[in-house]
Design a protein around this ligand. Structure first.
Ligand SMILES: NC(=O)c1ccc[n+]([C@@H]2O[C@H](COP(=O)([O-])OP(=O)(O)OC[C@H]3O[C@@H](n4cnc5c(N)ncnc54)[C@H](OP(=O)(O)O)[C@@H]3O)[C@@H](O)[C@H]2O)c1
Length: 315
């Protein structure tokens, strides 16, 4: 069974699986039957949540997920996003009322659903005040299109100020954050997208103090750690995000030492790193083979202790 994290606001509460499946190639016709098989196996293992966005798969991802979820909607949670950045003009987030409401209607149409369990703002634009954003999001909750709100790629400071404003004005606050987080160290400059928000020590300590749930996107570092150890070729993105820093390779081999001692796969140790800390952590991940699914999902079967986590980080 996969453990869960509670995500709640004044009106709704869900128990989200600590492992969430992301886009997973579902929008690619050549990969769709594999993606659906992963989804089936994930549900069989007790998983209950899918992460998607209008931008994924050239706009086809939500429709492909929605088709899969027909007849299953009441058994699963959907996380989708709005306020998508304009890819042609980064880092401009689209956070006007028109952008947000239009994005949500388009997502619900594509998914074929009346509501999403969680709605995330996909990116931030610090020049758009939270006072202009939170009332718009609140209307989505009040009208039943959205149950829980969250921010993706927002700093803890911006989330804190948005939630202070929401609380002072009786609006719905953010209940979950989604940031780039895994065993590796990287920066937005290194990923090549300055709209990315990367977990660091100060952000982590804030989430810990607030007991604020965090969904880690790219939770296995795009396979960097498992593939560093196995010597398998890795994607250009995995190399770009993590290959630049020797410390990340050291972390891969420390994960291997723990994996061998526990008789579990390296990728399971890497994913468990975000599930087993002091922050209520959820890993958003994906697979490109059944073997990857089998290995990575083993993360549900154990919990790293504080000493193992310290060893992964410090040696
Ligand atoms: N909020 C945001 O801005 C944002 C941004 C990005 C992603 N996301 C979400 O996060 C989800 C997951 O992102 P991600 O795909 O980067 O997650 P990830 O888990 O870090 O990377 C998945 C990739 O890792 C490799 N992998 C998985 N298991 C493996 C194993 N056992 N051994 C070796 N390699 C393995 C595979 O890459 P290969 O195909 O190269 O083998 C797989 O496609 C996305 O689908 C999306 O839903 C959100």
């Amino acid at each position: 069974m996969i453990k869960t994290v509670t995500i709640s606001n004044q009106w709704h509460a869900i128990e989200m699986s600590q492992i969430v499946i992301g886009e997973n190639g579902v929008s690619d016709p050549a990969r769709q039957s594999f993606a659906y098989r992963c989804f089936d196996r994930y549900l069989d293992r007790g998983g209950n949540c899918f992460d998607t966005a209008r931008l994924y798969g050239g706009g086809r991802s939500e429709a492909a997920l929605g088709a899969y979820l027909k007849g299953k909607r009441d058994k699963v949670y959907i996380v989708t996003k709005c306020g998508h950045h304009d890819m042609a003009k980064p880092p401009n987030a689209r956070l006007t009322e028109r952008d947000i409401l239009g994005d949500v209607d388009a997502s619900l149409r594509a998914l074929g659903c009346e509501y999403t369990d969680v709605l995330l703002l996909h990116r931030d634009d610090i020049y758009t005040p939270v006072e202009a954003i939170m009332p718009v999001l609140h209307t989505l909750v009040a009208t039943g299109k959205v149950r829980l709100l969250g921010a993706s790629n927002w700093t803890a400071g911006r989330i804190a100020s948005a939630n202070a404003f929401a609380e002072a004005n009786g609006l719905t606050p953010f209940s979950v954050s989604q940031v780039l987080w895994n065993l590796g160290l990287t920066t937005a400059a290194q990923t090549g997208d300055l709209t990315h928000c990367v977990m660091d020590t100060a952000e982590y300590l804030w989430y810990k103090a607030q007991e604020f749930p965090v969904m880690a996107w790219t939770a296995t570092g795009k396979g960097f750690f498992a593939k560093t150890v196995s010597g398998q070729p890795m994607s250009a993105h995995a190399e770009q995000y993590y290959g630049w820093l020797p410390e990340n390779k050291k972390r891969a081999f420390r994960a291997q030492a723990i994996a061998e001692a526990m008789n579990v796969p390296v990728s399971a140790v890497v994913l468990n790193y975000v599930l087993s800390g002091d922050v209520p952590g959820i890993g958003v991940t994906a697979f490109s083979s059944d073997a990857q699914f089998d290995e990575t999902m083993r993360a549900a079967d154990f919990t790293l202790n504080a000493e193992q986590r310290r060893f992964l980080e410090e040696g």
